[in-house]
Design a protein around this ligand. Structure first.
Ligand SMILES: [Zn+2]
Length: 57
């Protein structure tokens, strides 16, 4: 599945943590304006969905 990253000229609020960011992430076909999440939240979401996030060495 493709992941979409939308860049905003002004800061927007992450729908999950309310953190202000200029980039929101979501899956392709979803509306980043509505359900986009900041990078941190999206990474957490992916981990919950079963993706394994490995720490860089
Ligand atoms: Zn967030």
């Amino acid at each position: 599945m493709k992941i979409i990253c939308k860049a905003y000229p002004d800061e927007v609020k992450c729908g999950s943590c309310n953190w202000r960011t200029t980039r929101l992430f979501c899956f392709e076909g979803q509306d980043p304006d509505e359900i986009g999440m900041c990078g941190e939240c999206f990474a957490e979401f992916l981990a919950e969905e079963g993706y394994e996030i490995s720490k860089s060495k």
